[in-house]
Design a protein around this ligand. Sequence first.
Ligand code: HEM
Length: 198
Amino acid sequence: MNTLEKVRFVGKPIVFLLCLVPAALVVTDAFGLTGQLSANPIEDIQDRFGIWAIRFIMITLAVTPLRRLTGWNWLVRFRRMFGLFTFFYALLHFLTWLILDQGLLVSAILEDLTERPFITIGFAALLLLIAMAVTSTNGMRRRMGRSWDRLHYSAYAVGVLGVWHYWWQVKKDTSDAWIYAIILALLLGYRLWWKRRH
Ligand code: HEM
């Protein structure tokens, strides 16, 4: 097997299953099989999906710098999967808010969306993720040409909006939000540095 075949037939299925583990743990914790949810289970579920959405956008944005630094070009084969997992976890986070937190109550949903700026920002990030997810197929990429590249640069905006959204909702301790802000600054800063050099 050459490297590309190994990535396709071994690496991708394994990484795919690993990416599902955080979601599976939320479900098994909810049933008390692997652990417990906290005293506020809805907030717990929502936070865990949200944190994984932010982790996956960081992982997605780390692919290009890592590839350039190591020369491991096969890493690019995982980028779409990581991007789609960002969308998957953001969607679960959103659905938890929509169904479990807001109880699908239209007036409460509209009020939160328009009057709590951190929610408006999260919603903007989700809309960008939806646009990228529906255009993520090879066929769409071919059909859209240059505008596909422009749309998929929104991944940077999702990173910024996601960290901003996270930061804004923190009640006391901002240390975790700082960590994500620093990682994002490094990932975007590396790109600026690369662009200037080349
Ligand atoms: C319509 C879209 C979204 C809504 C309505 C929403 C809603 C919320 C709410 C209500 C919280 C606070 C939960 C609490 O009180 O603890 C929260 C936290 C969070 N959200 Fe979102 N969010 C959205 C999109 C996103 C997106 C796209 C991301 C990431 C890319 C994200 C990442 C996070 C993170 C990391 C937290 C903090 C979790 C923690 O405290 O551990 N959210 N979100």
